[in-house]
Design a protein around this ligand. Structure first.
Ligand code: PEP
Length: 252
């Protein structure tokens, strides 16, 4: 089994360029030498090139884009392309984040296209899935997550699937301060791994990193990361402070 342990910081629409640079410098300098966790910063797109310059040559540090358009290029004012963010140094891209599904009505079809265009441009997609509160309360959460997985990644060729990271992000836990319990997270991560195994085989499932996201912070990361199927975290609010992000990195 060779799946990576990953801690990714999704900064969303936060930070100015000087603040972003200061944050990254503090995290890099505070990270213990030889730390093997894969660390990925997801700054706003306009800072990708600068942040990429700061992490360049720093072992296990990477930069990703929070989004890219599902089409390769064209007349889409204000959008960014996969080729564009890759040319600025991004190596990963978030796809399927619930804020994009909800506020930008991203459909499964668009997400399939987004993952395709990302892979063609050598970006590894982090594909986010997660149920809404009503689906949790009515026991529809396995069905909701399975559908998001089936609709978007089951069509991939195995060689492409190898480059995908999954993230379980229950919508009710994102930015709310309410976290899935370790039991809830483990139950869903094991279910997702089984879904990958059923479609792509046990080896692929064993090698796919599945991150937890949803109010993960320095206080709860250790317990969540100790679950056998939780391979790290996709961190929103708690990724904006260097000391807290460093504590999360050190929570394995
Ligand atoms: C996220 O946006 O992916 C996230 C997990 O946010 P937060 O940690 O703030 O809940």
């Amino acid at each position: 089994m060779s799946r990576k342990k990953i801690v990714a910081g999704n900064w969303k629409m936060n930070k100015t360029l000087p603040e972003a640079e200061a944050l990254v410098k503090s995290i890099i300098s505070g990270c213990p030498e030889g730390n093997e966790v894969t660390k990925i910063f997801f700054p706003p797109s306009l800072f990708i090139e600068k942040i990429s310059g700061l992490v360049n040559g720093k072992a296990n540090f990477h930069v990703g884009a929070q989004n890219c358009h599902h089409l390769p290029a064209g007349a889409y004012t204000g959008e960014v392309s996969a080729a564009g963010v890759a040319s600025c140094g991004a190596q990963y891209v978030l796809t399927g984040h619930s804020e994009r599904r909800i506020y930008f009505s991203e459909s499964s079809e668009e997400l399939r296209q987004k993952i395709d265009v990302a892979l063609k441009n050598n970006l590894s997609p982090i594909y986010c899935v997660g149920e809404k509160i009503n689906e949790r309360k009515t026991n529809g959460y396995f069905h909701a997550v399975k559908k998001q997985i089936e609709d978007v990644i089951f069509y991939l060729k195995p060689d492409d699937m190898k480059r995908v990271v999954l993230a379980y992000e229950p919508v009710w836990a994102i930015g709310t301060g309410e976290t899935a319990t370790p039991d809830q997270a483990q139950e869903m991560h094991a279910f997702m791994r089984l879904a990958v195994a059923e479609k792509f085989g046990p080896e692929m499932a064993a090698n796919t990193s599945i991150l937890y996201g949803g109010s993960c912070n320095a206080g709860n990361a250790k317990e969540l990361f100790s679950c056998p199927d939780v391979d790290g975290g996709l961190i929103g609010g708690a990724s904006l402070k260097a000391d807290e992000f460093l504590m999360i990195i050190n929570s394995f």
